[in-house]
Design a protein around this ligand. Structure first.
Ligand SMILES: [Zn+2]
Length: 184
């Protein structure tokens, strides 16, 4: 199957704020998965996972590396939450601290409609929660504390004003009187 990558929707795209719908078995999920894989690959390592709504398709599907999660459900959260920096393909150059459970039990279907119940830990657990948030119309900035939100706000304003990720650099932000964000 020859597939093209899809453009990634950036904040403030409406696709990022809607609750995605369950995928039915007759849906052409293989095609969607192939497109998501191609799109993620083209980020050249910038993105570790991508949800269907990030390419404008409001279905409950995301991928993390080679793994496909269809109609994923977070069944159990275990242990304490931990705060860690996260970023998102739809919010270029924005990062902030998010609380996530480090151990979770999840249920999902793969692209062959085999059902999986799995324990995920640490990084895998964090990515699952990040992507599941996307399927529920939630983005990382909604988890940020006041300090990180203040830093993110000026960058989000630039994105709203139509700046593309390429010209969204430290300098652009500075020229626009934006708050200086955490340098990498
Ligand atoms: Zn994201």
């Amino acid at each position: 199957m020859k597939v093209k990558q899809l453009p990634i929707h950036l904040f403030p795209s409406k696709s990022l704020t809607k609750r995605c719908t369950q995928v039915k078995r007759d849906y052409a999920v293989l095609e969607l998965v192939a497109k998501l894989r191609k799109t993620l690959k083209e980020t050249k390592g910038k993105g570790l996972g991508i949800a269907a709504c990030q390419v404008g398709i409001l279905k409950r599907v995301f991928i993390h590396g080679d793994k496909v999660f269809i109609n994923p459900v977070l069944m159990q959260k275990k242990g304490a939450e931990r705060r860690g920096y996260e970023s998102c393909l739809s919010l270029p150059n924005i990062e902030g601290r998010v609380n996530r459970h480090q151990k979770i039990v999840v249920e999902y279907y793969d692209e062959n409609w085999d059902k999986h119940v799995e324990k995920l830990r640490k990084f895998d657990a964090i990515i699952f929660q990040h992507e599941l948030d996307h399927l529920n119309g939630k983005i990382i900035t909604q988890h940020f504390d006041k300090k990180d939100s203040d830093i993110a706000r000026s960058l989000m304003q630039l994105l709203s004003d139509g700046h593309t990720p390429l010209d969204l650099t430290y300098d652009t932000c500075y020229q626009h009187g934006g708050t200086i964000f955490k340098s990498k």
